[in-house]
Each structure stands twice: as structure tokens, then as C-alpha cells.
Design a protein around this ligand. Structure first.
Ligand code: C5P
Length: 224
């Protein structure tokens, strides 16, 4: 089994991101680059990180009309990302066109509901019925549109996995030790997410900000 941990390289400096990726490369399965990284360092930055030799996850959360998203997917084709994100709320045609424009080896996964939005925020943009129901609805839409999977929290992955057995599930927001966070009830460990059906575990600060990132990555790997 390959290592499911993708390290989120949320560092503003390219040299620091490359150095961290080099350091932990033997203990993670891939590297996640977000919108902030891509806006700051573009294709050049991705090429530099790709030299580390691990699969690249471009977390760009694309959301626009189908033609524009398809063109953006084609423009990043050359970077050969293993995973790219789009917003499920872009609608079925956008999802289908994004998948059709992606490279053969690129998994296109949909973001359902941003965890920064609560039920009240959703009601204000006309989405009634709550975040959980909306996430399940959009997961079904992503599946119907032929995407590879979705991004979801460790709390939802079990329920969504039940509805989509062959889905590819990317789970962020993980914390290695249960009970270490102030908000204990909402902590999900990498192991628990994995057991619930996660395909990829996105981990940033618990590794990147550790005193010894290699030891932190190895410790998490050892729990899986
Ligand atoms: O919290 P941590 O540093 O491990 O986050 C890793 C990555 O996961 C970050 O890039 C963050 O943007 C993303 N994330 C997310 N949804 C969450 C929590 C984190 O997409 N609920």
C-alpha cells in the first residue's frame, strides 16, 4: 500500500517549501500545493516541487463556467498533477468538462461545502437544509458527473463512502493525537479517517510546524 499522506506545503517561500519537501520525502506519499502557492509561484514553483519526485496535488478549487474551467485544466495538463480540485457547486456541466479536459492520470475531485461555512452562512446564500445535507447532495452530483471523488472531512467520509464505494476521498483537517486539540469532539486522527474510507490524508501544520518534521511524519505513518 502506498503512503496516503499528502503534505500540504502552505509555506510562502519556495525555497522553504522545497527544503521541507526534500526532508520528509521518504515519509509522505505526495505533496499538496494550494491556490496561494500557485498564485505566488505558478508553473515554475510546481516544477521545482515536482523535482522532489513525489505525486503533486494541485488544490486550486476551480469554479467558473465550464469552458473556462476546461481551459484551465488543459493549461495545467503539462504539470501532470496526480490530483486537482474543482468546486462541485460549479454544476454538472462544469464537472463533466473538467474531467474530460484533465489528463488520463489526473484524479479530479470536487470540494463540496467549505468547512469555513456554517449552516447560517449557507442559508444566507440560499442553501437551506444545512451543510451536511448539502455535502451529500454535491457528493452525489460529483459521482453522477463522473468525477473520481470528493474532498470531505473525517466526520463525513464514512457516510459518503457508504454511498460511493469506489470513490476517491481526500480528507484534510486531521490531527494526529486524539484529545490533543481544545475542541476534542471534532478531532479526527489520520488512522480514524483512513479506517472510515479516506484515500488521501492531507496533513499540513502537524508535520510542517513540528520541531522535527521527519519524526512527526514517521510517527503519523506508523499509526496507519
Ligand atoms: O490544518 P492543516 O495545516 O493540516 O491543513 C492542511 C491543509 O488542509 C491546508 O492546506 C488547509 O487549507 C486544508 N484544509 C482544508 N479543510 C479543512 C482544514 C484544512 O481544506 N477543514
Amino acid at each position: 500500500m502506498s503512503n496516503p499522506i499528502y503534505l500540504a506545503l502552505d509555506l510562502p517561500r519556495l525555497d522553504a517549501a522545497v527544503a521541507l519537501a526534500q526532508k520528509v520525502r521518504g515519509h509522505v506519499g505526495g505533496l499538496k500545493l494550494g491556490l496561494e502557492f500557485f498564485c505566488a509561484h505558478g508553473h515554475h514553483g510546481v516544477h521545482e516541487i515536482a523535482k522532489v519526485g513525489l505525486p503533486i496535488f494541485l488544490d486550486l478549487k476551480l469554479h467558473d463556467i465550464p469552458n473556462t474551467v476546461a481551459a484551465a485544466m488543459q493549461a495545467i495538463h503539462v504539470l501532470e498533477p496526480a490530483i486537482v480540485t474543482v468546486h462541485a457547486a460549479g454544476g454538472r456541466a462544469m464537472l463533466e468538462d473538467a474531467k474530460a479536459a484533465a489528463g488520463e492520470h489526473t484524479k479530479v475531485v470536487a470540494v463540496t461545502v467549505l468547512t469555513s461555512l456554517d449552516d447560517a452562512d449557507l442559508a444566507r446564500i440560499g442553501v437551506n437544509g444545512g451543510a451536511h445535507n448539502q455535502a451529500l447532495r454535491l457528493a452525489d452530483l460529483a459521482q453522477e458527473a463522473g468525477l473520481d471523488g470528493i474532498v470531505c472531512s473525517g466526520h463525513e467520509v464514512g457516510a459518503i463512502h457508504q454511498r460511493w464505494k469506489k470513490g476517491f476521498f481526500v480528507v484534510p483537517g486531521l490531527r494526529p493525537a486524539e484529545g490533543s486539540a481544545a475542541d476534542q469532539k471534532r478531532t479526527v486522527t489520520p488512522r480514524a479517517a483512513r479506517d472510515a474510507g479516506a484515500s488521501v490524508l492531507v496533513i499540513g501544520r502537524p508535520i510542517a510546524r513540528a520541531e522535527d518534521p521527519v519524526a512527526a511524519a514517521r510517527a503519523i505513518e506508523g499509526t496507519l
